[in-house]
Design a binder for this molecule. Structure first.
Ligand SMILES: *[C@@H]1O[C@H](CO)[C@@H](O)[C@H](O)[C@H]1NC(C)=O
Ligand SMILES: *[C@@H]1O[C@H](CO)[C@@H](O)[C@H](O)[C@H]1NC(C)=O
Ligand SMILES: *[C@@H]1O[C@H](CO)[C@@H](O)[C@H](O)[C@H]1NC(C)=O
Length: 667
C-alpha cells in the first residue's frame, strides 16, 4: 500500500488521538500524521467476562475511548473533530492477562511466566469518523479492527530477570516489558507487526485509512463499500451512536465464568483466562474470565481525572486550551522547555567555557588549527576522553568548529577567547571561575542573609574583595588585574567614544587599574592626557601590562581614593566602581570628586545600567546577586545619585557592549 497518499488525505482534517500514550504518539508522528492529542476519560471498567476473546475487549475499549472524545470535543472544545483514533493494547500468555506489575516480585512473576514462551499482544483500534449535520448534531461512523502479534521470549535466567526488573523498565508496562527499549533484549522473535507490540498497529491502520479514503467515501450511496469496514456489526454506512446504544456485545450468560481462585484482593493482577478453543470440559465456547487490560501509566491516571477538563494538545506539544494548565499528562510547551533547559544547563556551559579557556584550548587551536581530539589532549596534557567531550561541548556552544573530527576556533573564539587576542576576555573568564563562581555557589546563603558570601566562599580572605585579592600572592593580584583589564579593553573604546569630550584636556581614571581604559581615551581624544589613579599594589604591577604604557599621555598615580587627595583633572572617569561601594563609601568618594572639581568639570560614569522598568534579561540584575555591599542602579537612579552631589546628567548611552555610560557636568 502507498502510505503517503493516505496520510496526505488527512492533511486538512482535524485528526484526534484519544490516547496519551507517548509510544502511540511517536508512532503516528513519525509517519507525518498531524493530529491533536485529547486523552480519553473513558473508565476502563467493561466487564471482561462479557467478551469471548481478549481482542474483543481491546477493541471495545478502544471504541469507547474514541467515542468519548468524539462526543466531548464539540461540547468542551467547541469543535468537532473529523477523525478520532482510539486504541487499547493487551498482553495474554497461556490464557492469562498480564497487567502492570504492582511491585518487583510481581514483575518477576510476570516475566518468568513469559520466559521461554510465546505470548500474544493484541491492540484493538477504533477509528471514529464524525459527520456534522445541518442541525449541529453529529453522526459517528465507526471502523474497528485489531491486530495480533506473537512474541517469543528467550529463556530468562534469574540474573537477567532481576537485572531487567532492577532497571525499573517493567514497572509501568503491561506484561512487565517494553519491547522498544531494554525489553527488546529478552525477545527471541516477533511474528507480526512489531509496532503493534509497542502499542499501535500502524500498517493495519494505514490499510483501513486507505479503504476509507480511497474506496469508500463515508456517505450513504456507497453502501457496498462499507462492507470493507466493520461498522459496529451492521452494513449501514454510518452508525449513529447514542449514549446507550454502544454496549459491549455480551456473550451468553452461561459462558461467563470467573476463576475465583485469583480474585483475592491482595493478589496481583495476573488473571487466569480460559482461551478460545482450549480443551475445557466446562464450556465449549471457552471464555475470557477476568480479562484485564493493558494500559500505560498515562492512560491509567487519566481515568481518575474524571471531571477535570483536559487540555487539547497539538502534536507539536502546544497547549491549545489555555484555560487548563494543571494536567500531569499534557505535554509541556516546547519554548518553555527550551527556556528552562537553557537555565538548567547554563552553569554547565559556563564551566565548559572556563575550562577550555583555562586549559588554553583556544590559544592552542589558534596556533595549530585542525588538531584532532587526541592531539589536543596531548598538548593540553589531558585525557583523550575528557578532551573530546570538552571539544564537542565547545562546538555545540559555538566556540569551536569541527571538520572531519578536527577542531578549530570559531570566529568568536578567535576574537574574544584567545589569551592574546586584542579584545581577549580570557582574564575576565578566569575571574568568573575563581571569584564569581564560588560566590554564586553560596547564593542561597546570600539570599537568606542579604550580604555577600565572600567569607564563606574564600574562607579566610578579608572582607573586602579588592583588598582580599591584593593581600594574596602577586599571581592573585595579577589575575584580578587581568580581569579588569579584559573588560576595560573590550568596553574601552565604546565608552571613550560615547560622548564629545573635546572640551576636557585632562582626565583622571579613578580605580583605572592597568590603564587600558585610559589608553582608549587618549586614542580617541588626541588632545587629552589621562592620569590613572589606583592603589599602590595595583600601580606597582602595571609593568606586566606593557606595551600599553608606551603612551606618554597616560600616567599613573598611586593612592587610595577614599583617603588621599585626588589628582586634579577636568574630567573624572568612574568605570565599574560605584556599583560595588556601600553608601557611606560612595558618598566619601563622590564628595572628594566634587571637592576636586570646578564648575563645568565632567564626570563620566560607566556601569551596567539596569532597565528602567526592570524587564527583560539583565546582566545587572544577575550581577546584583553577588550581593556586594554596593547596589545596581538604572541610569535614572545614577543620575539622581550624582545630582545629589551636584553633577547634572547631560547624556546617557546604553551600549551593546559590556558597560553603559553617562556624562555629567558639575553645576
Ligand atoms: C483456577 O485456576 C487454577 C490455577 O490454574 C486452577 O488450579 C483451578 O482449577 C481453576 N479453577 C477453576 C474453577 O477453573
Ligand atoms: C576555577 O577555580 C578553581 C578555584 O580557584 C580552580 O581550582 C580551578 O582550577 C579553576 N578552573 C578553571 C577552569 O579556571
Ligand atoms: C580560617 O581561619 C581560622 C582561624 O585562623 C581557622 O580556624 C579556620 O580553619 C580557617 N578556615 C579555613 C576554611 O581555612
Amino acid at each position: 500500500m502507498v502510505l503517503n497518499p493516505v496520510i496526505s488525505k488527512l492533511a486538512g482534517k482535524l485528526v484526534v488521538l484519544a490516547s496519551a500514550s507517548p509510544r502511540r504518539l511517536e508512532i503516528l508522528r513519525n509517519v507525518g500524521l498531524r493530529f491533536e492529542v485529547v486523552p480519553s476519560w473513558f473508565k476502563e471498567t467493561l466487564d471482561k467476562s462479557l467478551f469471548k476473546a481478549p481482542h474483543e475487549y481491546a477493541v471495545e475499549t478502544a471504541k469507547q475511548k474514541a467515542l468519548e472524545v468524539a462526543r466531548r470535543m464539540p461540547i468542551k472544545h467547541l469543535k468537532t473533530p473529523d477523525i478520532v483514533i482510539g486504541a487499547d493494547t493487551i498482553v495474554t500468555v497461556d490464557g492469562m492477562i498480564l497487567e502492570k506489575p504492582v511491585d518487583k516480585h510481581d514483575a518477576y512473576r510476570m516475566l518468568s511466566s513469559l520466559s521461554g514462551k510465546e505470548h500474544s499482544v493484541y491492540t484493538g483500534v477504533a477509528i471514529v469518523l464524525c459527520h456534522e449535520k445541518e442541525n449541529e448534531e453529529v453522526d459517528y461512523q465507526l471502523i474497528e479492527f485489531y491486530e495480533e502479534t506473537k512474541v517469543k521470549f528467550a529463556d530468562l535466567s534469574e540474573d537477567m530477570l532481576w537485572e531487567y526488573i532492577n532497571s525499573g523498565e517493567p514497572m509501568d508496562k503491561a506484561g512487565g516489558y517494553g519491547i522498544q527499549a531494554l525489553g527488546g533484549m529478552l525477545v527471541e522473535y516477533v511474528h507480526g507487526d512489531f509496532l503493534n507490540v509497542v502499542g499501535f498497529p500502524l500498517n493495519h491502520f494505514c490499510k483501513q485509512l486507505s479503504l476509507i479514503y480511497n474506496h469508500c467515501t463515508p456517505s450513504s450511496d456507497k453502501e457496498s463499500d462499507s462492507a470493507h469496514l466493520s461498522l459496529n456489526g451492521t452494513h449501514a454506512p454510518s452508525v449513529l451512536v447514542h449514549g446507550s446504544s454502544s454496549v459491549p456485545r455480551p456473550s451468553s450468560p452461561s459462558a461467563s465464568q470467573t476463576n475465583q481462585t485469583y480474585s483475592s484482593p491482595s493478589a496481583s493482577p495476573v488473571h487466569k483466562v480460559k482461551r478460545k478453543g482450549s480443551k475445557s470440559s466446562q464450556s465449549s465456547g471457552a471464555l475470557v474470565n477476568s480479562l484485564s487490560k493493558h494500559t500505560d501509566g498515562n492512560e491509567a491516571k487519566l481515568q481518575d481525572s474524571d471531571n477535570t477538563p483536559l487540555p487539547l494538545i497539538t502534536n507539536s506539544g502546544q497547549l491549545i486550551d489555555r484555560s487548563v494548565t494543571e494536567n500531569e499528562d499534557s505535554q509541556p510547551k516546547k519554548e518553555d522547555l527550551e527556556r528552562i533547559s537553557e537555565l538548567l544547563d547554563g552553569f554547565k556551559a559556563s564551566k565548559a567555557l572556563f575550562t577550555a579557556s583555562k586549559l588554553c584550548v583556544f590559544d592552542l587551536l589558534h596556533r595549530m588549527p585542525g588538531l584532532d581530539a587526541a592531539q589536543v589532549a596531548q598538548e593540553i596534557k589531558a585525557s583523550v576522553k575528557g578532551t573530546e567531550c570538552l571539544l564537542e561541548a565547545c562546538v555545540s556552544l559555538g566556540l569551536l568548529k569541527c571538520k572531519e573530527r578536527t577542531y578549530e576556533n570559531s570566529d568568536l573564539a578567535t576574537r574574544l577567547l584567545r589569551a592574546d587576542a586584542c579584545f581577549s576576555l580570557h582574564g575576565y573568564i578566569q575571574h568568573c571561575n575563581e571569584t564569581l563562581w564560588p560566590l554564586f555557589s553560596h547564593l542561597e546563603s546570600a539570599v537568606q542573609e542579604g550580604h555577600s558570601q565572600r567569607e564563606r566562599a574564600f574562607s579566610n580572605r578579608t572582607k573586602d574583595m579588592l583588598q582580599g585579592a591584593f593581600h594574596n600572592s602577586p599571581e592573585a593580584k595579577l589575575r584580578f588585574m587581568n580581569a579588569m583589564h579584559s573588560v576595560a579593553k573590550v568596553a574601552g573604546k565604546t565608552i571613550a567614544t560615547a560622548f564629545d569630550l573635546s572640551r576636557f584636556k585632562t582626565a583622571c581614571d579613578l580605580g583605572g587599574c592597568t590603564g587600558a581604559m585610559a589608553c582608549e581615551f587618549t586614542k580617541a581624544h588626541p588632545g587629552m592626557s589621562v592620569t590613572v589613579f589606583d592603589l599602590p599594589a595595583v600601580v606597582e604591577l602595571k609593568e606586566h601590562f606593557q606595551p600599553l604604557h608606551t603612551d606618554s599621555r597616560v600616567s599613573f598615580v598611586a593612592g587610595d581614593f577614599f583617603q588621599d587627595e585626588l589628582p586634579k583633572a577636568d574630567l573624572y572617569i568612574l568605570a565599574r566602581i560605584l556599583h560595588d561601594l556601600p553608601d557611606e563609601k560612595l558618598h566619601i568618594l563622590l564628595s572628594k570628586i566634587v571637592e576636586a572639581s570646578k564648575p563645568g568639570c565632567g564626570l563620566l560614569l560607566s556601569e551596567i545600567f539596569l532597565d528602567e522598568d526592570r524587564g527583560g534579561p539583565s546582566r545587572g540584575l544577575l550581577q546584583a546577586l553577588s550581593m556586594s555591599e554596593g547596589k545596581q542602579r538604572s541610569a535614572t537612579e545614577y543620575s539622581r545619585l550624582l545630582k545629589s552631589h551636584g553633577f547634572i546628567t547631560k547624556q546617557i548611552r546604553h551600549t551593546d557592549n559590556l558597560l553603559d555610560a553617562m556624562l555629567c557636568i558639575k553645576a
